[in-house]
Design a protein around this ligand. Sequence first.
Ligand code: ZN
Length: 326
Amino acid sequence: MAPPGLPRVARLVAPYELAWRSFRRPPVVVLSYQHVEAASLHAHLSHLGERFQFVDLHDLLRPNRACWPLRPSVAVTFDDGYRCCYTDALPVLQRLGVPATVFVVTEFVDTGRSFWWDRLAHTLAHSPVRSIELDGRRHDLDAPCRRDAFVRRVRALVARLPADECAARLDDLLRRLAEPAVTVSPDTRLMGWEELRRLRAAGIHVESHTATHAALGVCGRAVARGELEAARCHLQRELGEPPRLLAYPYGGRCHSSPAIRRLAAETGHWAAVTMLPGVLRQGGDPFLVPRVRVGPREALDVLGLKVSALWPVASRLQAALRASWW
Ligand SMILES: [Zn+2]
């Protein structure tokens, strides 16, 4: 049975998808998931499978690859290594035969550590503090939408601070918000090496998202090199082969500068993905691969728009509006 609303979606999106077919070499839309739920992911990939072919990003970005897909294509990636990739995504990917790539932060695997954004979200949900000062501005935390906006604000700050300053600022922030002693909730658990080995055995590529999710553009060249090399050694040791792809943490323009791209190449990567808007074109810079972020419960019509020929323009407009809003 077709998911509810699908005819409306098809009417809305088909003209934009058809536009990709006018390209002699259609670009590849690279999706970036973080959290997933099995039912939504199944609906997403089934919907996309009717209109696009799925390609293996690892194979597509292999150096000196001569051929390029002739049909509009989609590649699927997952960032940060949350356990839902194993529990929810893997069965769906296997059932539908969809290739995928998972980017993991190696020093968080099998350690019980949580990412700062999960600690912050968990703390905000339990904190008695209803207003806090950050960077000279006071932020109200009394409603979920205000707390979400505050997390985005902290994220923007973290992405431009060197690692040691960033850690000190986050510790101070969490202390002022009265961080609870236990911060790991089930949906923020990460995969362990055994689960990653099972993904590998199932044909899913497990690649580098650095050692500690450092903001590569601001942490200094030596630290950035150390992050890439440590992740490379760790993946080689645990999975038996080195990473060939890299996902730049935070993925913005300053974290994928020419110097960082050279560093990625020097540390043995074939290519790297960003969070910059756009699509992957034949002959484009393999160390500057744009991606489209997809939420765990993204509506099918929104997903349809995001993989359409309209999205590269619409997403730039959205980013500009958001920047001026802030
Ligand atoms: Zn990440």
